[in-house]
Design a binder for this molecule. Structure first.
Ligand SMILES: [Zn+2]
Length: 264
């Protein structure tokens, strides 16, 4: 216990002296935070120009390099684009699922994530959404789900229908009402669409695809029934089984050690 203050003291001695170069980034980070809040609160919207450099410098009472550092922070987060030229300046960009998916996709690839790992996580994440949907659904929600299944059925088993299949899955997640689950699942859907995972579906033999499609249709009918009955437990269990079964078929179409690869 007595060595603790000593350790802190040693640490402090190793720090560089507090000069302009240490303070400037901190000030820049604070300015970035103020501007970020305005964007998150919707006071600055997509495409809005930020006030001019002079106005911002005056408002925050900072030097030009500090303000530019703040804008670079927001630019690196994709919240601001800085344009040069006549109508130059900093403009607001709102965060998108696609941009986040690109970042997460890069991270997954960098870590050598396998398709198996990816499918597993999807099943873990999506299954409880069906349970939440069963608790929260309205009559109109049920109609929406039934409409999506009917649309899929009318198109038969082809690759286009795989998109209809994905739309149904996304709709179930949306009915969960959980923004966190919706964003995470939407990101996973973007990654799956842009990754070699989609090739797994394309690589299936015709009879495998037909079987997968028929099984999918039955599973979707059943989840609607459970959601309609507000059977949260049953819907979660059923959805997990369906997701794992679908992943199993896809996994057989690609080698177990296949690494997730984004193709765009
Ligand atoms: Zn499905």
């Amino acid at each position: 216990m007595s060595t603790q203050p000593e350790a802190n003291l040693n640490l402090r001695r190793q720090l560089p002296p507090l000069g302009q170069d240490v303070r400037a980034p901190k000030t820049a980070a604070l300015i970035a935070r103020s501007l970020r809040r305005l964007i998150f609160r919707g006071e600055l919207r997509e495409g809005d120009a930020l006030p001019s450099e002079n106005d911002l410098r005056e408002q925050f009472n900072v030097s030009r390099p500090t303000l530019r550092e703040a804008l670079r922070i927001l630019e690196s987060e994709g919240l601001v684009v800085v344009r040069r030229g006549l109508h130059g300046g900093a403009y607001v960009q709102v965060p998108t699922v696609e941009a986040a998916a690109r970042q997460i996709g890069s991270l997954l690839q960098y870590r050598g994530t396998t398709l198996l790992d990816f499918y597993e996580a999807r099943a873990i994440l999506e299954a409880p959404a069906a349970g939440l949907a069963a608790r929260r659904r309205s009559k109109a929600d049920l109609e929406r789900l039934r409409g999506l299944v009917a649309y899929g059925r009318s198109r038969g088993a082809n690759l286009e229908v795989m998109d209809a299949h994905h739309d149904f899955h996304m709709a179930v997640v949306e009915l969960s009402g959980s923004q966190t689950l919706i964003v995470l699942s939407a990101m996973i859907a973007v990654i799956e669409r842009e990754a070699n995972a989609s090739f797994a579906t394309a690589n299936l033999e015709e009879d495998q695809r037909q079987r997968l499609w028929r099984r999918g249709q039955r599973a979707h009918d059943e989840v609607i029934r459970l959601i309609a009955e507000r059977d949260a437990e049953g819907a979660t269990q059923h959805w997990r089984t369906h997701l794992i079964a679908s992943a199993d078929v896809l996994r057989r179409a690609v080698p177990e050690t296949s690494v997730l690869e984004l193709l765009v």
